[in-house]
Design a protein around this ligand. Structure first.
Ligand code: ACO
Length: 400
């Protein structure tokens, strides 16, 4: 194996690799992807099996510690996470300072950064007890922040977490419960959300995870690093795509434009329009998560008794794209974001909550990567090279 850092220092060669298409930034033992075969495994376990049999917290443990937990370990951990769901009362004033029109992703990243101010002196990346405690704090509190961002946007009062409920049911209640009537758990919704969260938990060195690692490599604490990851996820080419897909489908429906005509505009790159929810840097075959989400979409809408013409529109778009040479030649398939929005919408989430849902899903992966980086003795501060192409030396003009 080549020690690339020594190699570049010795030879003076620098690789220019826009978008890191061919450059590995680290070794990792967390997630395996084979993009040509459409394979995704967390710690060796196929995503299909985890989505079917596991829970969000069990998978989070697996990602963080490398093995599935015993029933006792999981029970104790779940209990601890429930005990940490409360936000400091002062942090609630933070939400009052923001406009109700604020995008929940901005609120989530800002409030996550603000969380660190409550734990100064307890956030030393080199202190394993701090790291452990803040892992639990973040898993417990970020869903509450995301739900409050939602409540704020619709002008409803915040609910206290109900620690008698499971992680997912608590989250659903915080989003959809109110002070006027008891909240009824809907098992179809709980299971569907749990499944979607599992599918999002990790995806190796994607843009947001790489951001978390890069920020973490400077010695920044978990709160700051994860807040940066949330901002990276917000972009429409990454996690923001789930929101963009629904907007795209609604625009096609409202404009009356045929799906075929829309696809033609995508192919002609008219106004830079893309088929959102299609294509992936790594998958050059059907994204295995998208396959599972698509199966869920039909089932969940049926079970929830929701009819949504946008699902039919999505199916039609997929059908046309998969049979079109433009998409075939470029190996563009639906990614995880293509069908998730239809399910979130059926559950009652507004479009702007879709990416925060992705963030809650991805949180265990971010935390696992931050820790893997932290405990890897080979970690160095991330500092890419550049090839300078600007002006040569010149003199500042002075009066003659
Ligand atoms: N619609 C139309 N054309 C596309 C699409 C798309 N969604 N995605 C890629 N292409 C085209 C590009 O225009 C390019 O065509 P060209 O060779 O004629 O120039 C070719 O396919 C290769 O695409 P790149 O942009 O080079 O692929 P890259 O790996 O850099 O980008 C990305 C991957 C960002 C995901 C891209 O496919 C995209 O923008 N998709 C839409 C946004 C999206 O769904 N993002 C979510 C990704 S999954 C996730 O983050 C959870």
């Amino acid at each position: 194996s080549v020690d690339f850092s020594t190699f570049t220092k010795q030879t003076g060669h620098t690789a220019l690799d826009y978008g890191f298409v061919n450059t590995a930034s680290t070794k990792s033992a967390i997630t395996y992807i084979d993009g040509d075969q459409g394979i995704l495994r967390y710690r060796g376990y196929p995503i299909e099996q985890l989505a079917k049999h596991s829970s969000y917290l069990e998978v989070a443990w697996l990602l963080l510690y490398g093995e599935l937990p015993t029933a006792d370990q999981l029970g104790e951990w779940d209990e601890k996470i429930r005990r940490h769901t409360l936000l400091h009362e002062d942090l609630k004033h933070f939400f009052s300072a923001l406009p109700h029109t604020a995008h929940p992703m901005s609120v989530l990243s800002a409030a996550t950064a603000a969380l660190s101010t409550y734990y100064e002196g307890q956030s030393d990346p080199g202190n394993p007890e701090h790291v452990e405690l803040n892992t639990i704090r973040m898993l417990a509190k970020l869903p509450v922040i995301a739900a409050y961002a939602h409540k704020k946007s619709i002008g409803q009062a915040f609910l206290y977490p109900d620690n008698s409920l499971s992680f997912v049911d608590n989250f659903l209640k915080l989003n959809f419960g109110n002070h006027a009537e008891p909240y009824e758990i809907n098992p179809v919704m709980s299971r569907a959300l749990e499944r979607l969260l599992i599918l999002h938990e990790d995806h190796e060195q994607n843009a947001s995870t790489s951001t978390v690692r890069l920020v973490g490599s400077t010695g920044a604490n978990q709160f700051s690093s994860i807040s940066a990851g949330i901002n990276a996820l917000y972009g429409p080419l990454h996690g923001g795509a789930n929101e963009a897909v629904l907007d795209m489908l609604a625009r096609i429906r409202d404009s009356g434009e045929s799906v075929q005509r829309f696809v033609e505009r995508v192919k002609n790159k008219e106004d830079g329009v893309k088929l959102m929810g299609f294509g992936h840097r790594v998958y050059k075959n059907y994204d295995p998560r998208a396959k599972l989400v698509k199966e869920s979409a039909d089932e969940v809408l049926r079970e929830l008794g929701v009819e949504d013409p946008l699902l039919a529109l999505a199916n039609e778009l997929e059908e046309i794209a998969l049979n079109d040479d433009y998409f075939k030649e470029r190996r563009l398939y639906p990614n995880v974001d293509f069908y998730t929005g239809v399910i979130y919408k059926a559950m009652g989430f507004p479009t702007r909550m879709f990416t925060p849902l992705f963030a809650i899903g991805r949180l265990p992966g971010w935390l696992a990567h931050w820790r893997e980086m932290q405990y890897d003795p080979q970690t160095k501060i991330g500092r890419p090279q550049q090839l300078y192409v600007g002006a040569g030396e010149r003199d500042y003009p002075t009066e003659a």
